[in-house]
Ligand binder design. Structure first.
Ligand code: MTE
Length: 320
């Protein structure tokens, strides 16, 4: 994976959003409706815009802090302008280009080892799912990190809707393939479409989240609209964006980065500060907006919730 260190996010920590301000903003937004949220960040279109997201009224969702309320929350500007979305380019400044992505209509295809394959439109899916907001840590394998409030639903609710058969061992998810809009997909050196997967027990773990919102509104295109995976104890590359396909399989998938460089990126990709990447240390990380590195935590701080998933998998290459 490419890494670029001299980037715009290297600004002082004081520019990260203090929790008090974030909370006030949530209340403000709740009281004033979507119009108040049209700030000058790509993807933050106002309700009057003809491209306004029909799901906007669903946010902000009820806050669920059973997995903690980490701080400081990264500013919305940083989290939505410093992105990895190779479909739009290999640098971090893809937020403007990503606005070309049309997220309606959007259909998700469910296939493979399920009782009955089906397709579902994103708004029909949203109507069926119990939406909530969770503030999670995110740790990129490149050693930057952020803390952001995702909205969406536990992935297990989606898995239950899909009705996998007993033979399903993995869930395989893929991003939209549309090279005419996602110009990065014209680069044939990459194994498009972006593919990622989880073992069934990982997908059914309550911490595993499908994000459809961010900062109390529909998720920004650059962050993976209209739906993306969030498995916060894993390196960020597991969190496949703009999902159009969910397939249940008996066979472990080979994901995008693993296909490119299996010696550096594996299937499990759990965060561990003691296991370095082939080319750099994972011991510390740089939060977006901070000028200081901080120690990285085992399973990105979620060990108490997820380490038992791996008790019987000690022979596997669990970390990267
Ligand atoms: N999903 C797709 N389809 N394409 C990508 O390039 N990058 C991954 C992940 N999901 C990526 C993707 C990586 S490396 C990271 S760190 C996160 O998205 C970044 O998410 P963010 O831009 O919302 O911070």
């Amino acid at each position: 994976m490419l890494i670029k260190r001299n980037c715009g996010w290297e600004i002082p920590e004081r520019q990260a959003t203090p929790e008090g301000l974030w909370m006030n903003r949530r209340e403000l937004v709740r009281g004033m409706g979507l119009g108040a949220m049209a700030l000058a960040v790509p993807g933050m279109a106002s309700a009057q815009n003809k491209d306004a997201d029909p799901s906007a009224g669903l946010y902000p969702a009820r806050k669920n802090d059973k997995y903690g309320a980490p701080t400081p929350v990264t500013t919305e500007r940083l989290a939505t302008t410093y992105n990895n979305f190779y479909e739009f380019g290999t640098d971090k400044s893809i937020s403007r280009d990503a606005q070309k992505l049309q997220v309606r209509p959007w259909t998700i295809k469910v296939s493979g080892l399920v009782e009955k394959p089906f397709e579902i439109a994103i708004d029909d899916l949203l109507a069926k799912m119990p939406l909530e907001e969770r503030v999670y840590r995110h740790r990129c394998v490149e050693t930057w990190s952020m803390i952001v409030p995702w909205s969406g639903f536990a992935m297990k609710s989606l898995v239950e809707l899909c009705k996998p058969t007993g033979d399903a061992k993995y869930v395989v998810m893929q991003t939209l393939h549309k090279p005419a809009v996602m110009l990065g997909q014209k680069d044939f050196l990459y194994p498009w479409p972006y593919t990622e997967g989880l073992a069934m027990d990982e997908a059914m773990h309550d911490l595993t989240f499908i994000a459809t919102g961010l900062y109390g509104k529909p998720i920004h295109k650059q962050n993976g609209a209209p739906l993306r995976l969030v498995a916060p104890w894993k390196y960020g590359f597991k969190n496949v964006k703009s999902i159009v396909s969910i397939e249940f399989s008996a066979k472990r998938p080979v994901s995008f980065w693993e296909k490119l460089q299996s010696s550096e990126y594996g299937f499990w990709a759990n965060v561990n500060p003691q296991v370095p990447h082939a080319r750099w240390s994972q011991a510390t990380e740089k939060p977006l907006g901070s000028d200081q590195r901080v120690p990285t935590q085992l399973y990105n701080g979620y060990a108490e919730f997820v380490s038992s998933l791996y008790a019987d998998r000690k022979a596997e290459k669990l970390f990267i």
